[in-house]
Design a protein around this ligand. Sequence first.
Ligand code: GLA
Length: 389
Amino acid sequence: MQHLMTGFETVFHTPPEAACFAPGRVNLIGEHTDYNGGHVLPCAIHLGIRCAAARRQDRVLRFFSRSYPETGVISVSLDALHTLNCWADYPVGVIRSFEAFGYRLPGGADLYFTSDLPDGAGLSSSAALETATGVMLRYLFSLPLTQQELAVLGQFAENRFIGVNCGIMDQFASAMGKSGHALLLDAHTLSYQYAPLGDAALVIVNSGVRHSLAASAYNDRRRECESARSLMKVPTLCSLTEEDFDSLSGRITDGSCLRRARHTVTENSRTLAAVQALTRGDKQAFGRLMNASHASLRDDFEVSCQELDFLAETAQGLAGVYGSRMTGGGFGGCTVSLMERGAEQAFIPAIQEAYRQRFHVTPAVYSVTACDGAKMLSPEHTDGAFSVT
Ligand code: GLA
């Protein structure tokens, strides 16, 4: 728990009023489909961001993150919100989104964040930071916002104020996850349902690779998808079945755009097939779809890298593993593997050793559980009591 409450007091010299938790997410399948109007199947994970906070009498916002102690306390006036070029742009972006949608904060607040999510590893630490901010401000100022609206405002913050043209998956998973379940989201309509994960184990392996141009490469992929969509004159790529795509794809002359579109259409079908497999308890079939998803991201969408390929392929050959693939936007980050409960014990040292031999570094591994979306914490879930004002 990293001493959330005492940390707040040390930094802000007053006790916090409340604490909340917003999870990161791991996407099981449905990659680069959300901004193409398709389906995704992430789950919220027990790793995430905690926030302790208190209202202030003036119109000042102050932020501190234990992950970025070097930036110290960051102060900004509610009347002059602007880009700060540091991590606090995420919470500030959420507040600017609130204002853009007519939810004005009546006063300032102090917010203190801790995280047990690795940054830049594709487990949605940014979405968790946005959702934690949203849940906390909603509580402190009694704002009439639903969890889904918080997800939409988090995405708006990222698109408008951070400049990353992401889809809705990460914020939605962080806000709407359900313990023991994966979340099937139709990113076009925002309708969703939950699929039980049963007793399978989920293990995330962090390649440690971070691509400095990941955000611009992501935006490039979006542009290629958009170009394919407009050449085929369809409302979204994921409105196409694979048969529709085969009959229309001749209109796409550029080879890269064609492959991006083919990944998107086939990935959407795989995601729908995967949720059916999960619902009928067929984890082997689910795993095969994860493996096929990885191959498509590697060959058609071209967002993998040799480290992720190595991790996915090695995992796919280990005992008890149903399937393994890169997860998240790509260009580095993590793989996710679904396996028989109990198989983790042999899997973890085996994958770490294989990676160490090949790349001379031991990868961080997280055995994760699917958990509920962002929520306020009661005092027993923190390391101290709240001051109730
Ligand atoms: C990032 C984005 C998501 C989604 C994935 C790829 O995580 O934030 O919206 O597009 O990449 O599936």
